[in-house]
Write a protein that binds this ligand. Structure first.
Ligand code: ZN
Length: 305
């Protein structure tokens, strides 16, 4: 009885989103899909609890929209138009914006959203990003709809890159990590060094295994093709490819993922594993002294894969 009411509630929410915009078709579906399989009861136990929807932008970006009955926040709004459509569909005002790094596909909508909604805007201490009122770094935290997010500095993809981690969120911790850790992969190293990126990913790998990972792009299948090239014998990678191909064929996002499955299948978090090391050594045709050197080699390999 309780279960069928939850399903009905989900279906209504999905229909509402489907009517709003094509960009949201996946969004309502995905969150319903993932949460339905993981914690339907938890999601709908309180009308006012935090909900998280992906808003599709550009060709493969996800702008994450967090909302409860009082309003919404978005993470990395590269495009204002799709955020405005989503907010109007949900009938929520925009209360705040979080930014992970300066790239335009993560910040391009900020000024238009400020002009329309006057939200709080928090992000890294990078003056090149227009509109940030509160600059954040290691040790800072920010309250989003009653949930505390701690700021982690994760340089590598860019030098200013930060991530937002909610350790106390139930039923699992949340991580918004921009272009640092992807489902099945990691971001390119544009500004930092392999040493920086490796340390940043190691920092994320030490979070609780049930942490839910909200990255900013739908790159999963391409990432997993590479993961399978690095570890061709790995059953967990094959199974993840099958599952995520099915999701994409149904028009569903493959994210969020969970840290536990990244630790099992993401080569960039597995540089200390014998199979990944052997593949990197074989590709490099030279010995590699440690996991960081393995990481640098497979990151470079992926750039040309
Ligand atoms: Zn980026």
């Amino acid at each position: 009885m309780a279960f069928s009411r939850l399903i009905t509630s989900y279906t209504l929410a999905k229909d509402l989103l489907l009517r709003g915009t094509d960009n949201l078709v996946n969004c309502g579906d995905t969150m319903g899909y993932n949460r339905a399989s993981q914690s339907l009861q938890a999601r709908y136990s309180s009308e006012n609890m935090l909900k998280i929807e992906p808003v599709a932008a550009f060709s493969d970006n996800y702008i994450w929209l967090l909302h409860d009955a009082t309003g919404a926040w978005v993470v990395d709004p590269g495009d204002a138009a799709v955020v405005i459509e989503a907010l109007e569909t949900l009938s929520r005002p925009l209360l705040g914006i979080l930014i992970t790094h300066h790239h335009f596909d993560h910040t391009g909508g900020v000024e238009e959203l400020i002009a329309r909604y006057q939200p709080r805007v928090a992000g890294p201490a990078n003056h090149a990003i227009k509109g940030i009122q509160t600059t954040l770094g290691k040790g800072d935290s920010v309250d989003v709809l009653g949930v505390r997010f701690d700021v982690l500095e994760v340089p590598g993809h860019t030098l200013d890159h930060i991530a937002y981690y909610a350790p106390d969120h139930q039923p699992e911790p949340l991580l918004f990590c921009g272009d640092t850790l992807f489902a099945g992969g990691c971001g390119r190293i544009f500004e930092g060094t392999a040493t920086m990126m490796f340390a940043s990913l190691q920092q994320l790998a030490r979070l609780p295994a049930n942490t839910r990972i909200y990255c900013a792009h739908e790159y999963t299948l391409a990432n997993l093709d590479f993961a399978a090239a690095v570890e061709p014998e790995a059953q967990a990678i094959r199974q993840r490819i099958d599952r995520d191909r099915t999701r994409r064929a149904q028009g569903l996002p493959t994210v969020p993922s969970q840290l536990a499955e990244e630790l099992q299948t993401n080569p960039f978090l597995r540089c200390d594993q014998p199979g990944v090391e052997a593949a990197a050594v074989s590709h490099a045709r030279q010995a590699l002294p440690d996991a960081e050197a393995v990481f640098a080699k497979i990151r470079e390999w992926k750039n040309h894969f």
